[in-house]
Write a protein that binds this ligand. Sequence first.
Ligand code: ADP
Length: 214
Amino acid sequence: MFNKLIQWVLDIFAGPNSKSNNSMMNIILFGPPGSGKGTQASSIVEKYNLLHISTGDLFRYEIGNSTELGLLAKSYMNKGELVPDDVTIGMLKNKVDANPDVAGYIFDGFPRNVYQSEALDRILDEKGQTVNVLLQLDVDDEEIVKRILNRGKTSGRSDDNDESIIRNRISIFNDETAPVYNYYEKLEKSVRINGIGSLEDIFDRLTAAIDATK
Ligand code: ADP
């Protein structure tokens, strides 16, 4: 209680854009590959004025520019494997640090294992921030394979066209990424959302869960 009061006074003196501003809304949009995170994130950022940080998009940007980081990332992404943690975390931290004056972040594709979760908590903690909620989009494996193969027809992503690579991504999700849900569940921050239905229905479920955390 006393700590809260002190934080409140500090916030007033520091102003709305200060690093100790803890009224930010930081969301992890979570779920298996192809569960609709990217699509829904675009709608959520519009409504809440957040910065969308997709590690997959950041890697694809680097690949597009043929940077060293891009070449390295590509060698993992093409097999459906995770890019090494130090590379991914460094890139994520750069993006967060370069954009301090936002209403919050929506993390899409990050964290992908518990080690990355701990790193994210530290990165936000340095700013007096925290993860407010993790929203998991639940979609079953067969639906995912169907969706990604369909996306592959137009996305131009080599990891979207080969069923064995897609299945590898799903099994990495189940083995390494799913524990991230439990990590935030222990902090009472994890929420499950049915990821099957129309885009509008899923968006409504997500925004209801976000508004419930305010
Ligand atoms: P999807 O939406 O299908 O999950 P993403 O665009 O999020 O795909 O990610 C594509 C690929 O980029 C992943 O399969 C992985 O190789 C790499 N990648 C993205 N985010 C991370 C991360 N946080 N840690 C390690 N690798 C990542």
